[in-house]
Design a protein around this ligand. Sequence first.
Ligand SMILES: NC(=O)c1ccc[n+]([C@@H]2O[C@H](COP(=O)([O-])OP(=O)(O)OC[C@H]3O[C@@H](n4cnc5c(N)ncnc54)[C@H](OP(=O)(O)O)[C@@H]3O)[C@@H](O)[C@H]2O)c1
Length: 295
Amino acid sequence: MSETVKVGVLGCGNVGGALVAIVTRDSELIAARTGVRLEVTRVAVRSTAKERQVPIPEDVLTHDAAGVVADPDVDVVVEVIGGIEPARTLILDALKAGKPVITANKELIANVGQELFEAAATAGVDLLFEAAVGGGIPLIRPLRESLAGERIVRVTGIVNGTTNFILTRMSEDGAAYAEALAEAQQLGYAERDPTADVEGFDAGAKAAILASIAFGARVVAGDVYREGISGITAADIAFAKRLGYVVKLLAIAERFDTGELAVRVHPAMVPVDHPLASVRDSFNAVFIEATQSAS
Ligand SMILES: NC(=O)c1ccc[n+]([C@@H]2O[C@H](COP(=O)([O-])OP(=O)(O)OC[C@H]3O[C@@H](n4cnc5c(N)ncnc54)[C@H](OP(=O)(O)O)[C@@H]3O)[C@@H](O)[C@H]2O)c1
């Protein structure tokens, strides 16, 4: 017999809606594979009147997010509201109440992650954030656990799908920046206000999270040098191509022998035969370089 875990979901937009749909649809499959039956018992949103991508029973849907956190019928809290507040306070309250929290909120982890990790450690419960960086790439756990015995020297990644899509269109179809951005917006990859993606803010937040975990350091989004792709022209791309390179927006976090860290996001020329050059469209990829630590 499988154990039932009651899940309270804070936010039911793109991510929360998809989560509720998957848990509802695949409940049996998840129980068969993991021995844990997930049941979404409460879902908090800003407006209960809005039409949802999944039908949510009236007694499950509420606008009282704090009430969901405190509800004895919620064992685990999933935060997919986004932004700093009220997400920060809700997560701290959940951890204090001894409830494990899962969040996809990169802005929060990149800015106040340390406070949240300390609260989780004090409460002795998990704070998981695999979805905040790299989407489907299971990246955080290997960085934290599998590579614990290695000395990570550099993490290099394509961590923003929207800009990678735009750069791919510019490289492969000769599209101008504005044209490729318009296509990304039309396909739903880019927001109407694309600033967070194209100016590198999203990648910068992810770079801060990766650096913090890879190097056990306290790096916040504001520490990251950041340059976006809005200044890249078709001529830059063509020039790079002639020299045997593709232009990619890279997030790079490295530790020097002195112990100093450098964390940055900027467009870079990547040799065509480098594996990152073949990461196309909205895909992400991350390279971790490590040396064996002296024992
Ligand atoms: N979208 C992606 O592809 C993606 C990928 C990875 C990570 N993330 C992260 O996942 C998080 C959610 O992103 P999203 O795209 O799903 O956002 P979204 O579509 O804007 O959804 C946000 C949800 O939070 C609800 N909400 C807002 N304020 C609230 C409050 N005070 N109390 C209760 N509910 C509240 C909204 O309610 P209403 O529906 O009533 O407005 C909405 O359902 C963000 O941190 C984002 O960075 C997103």
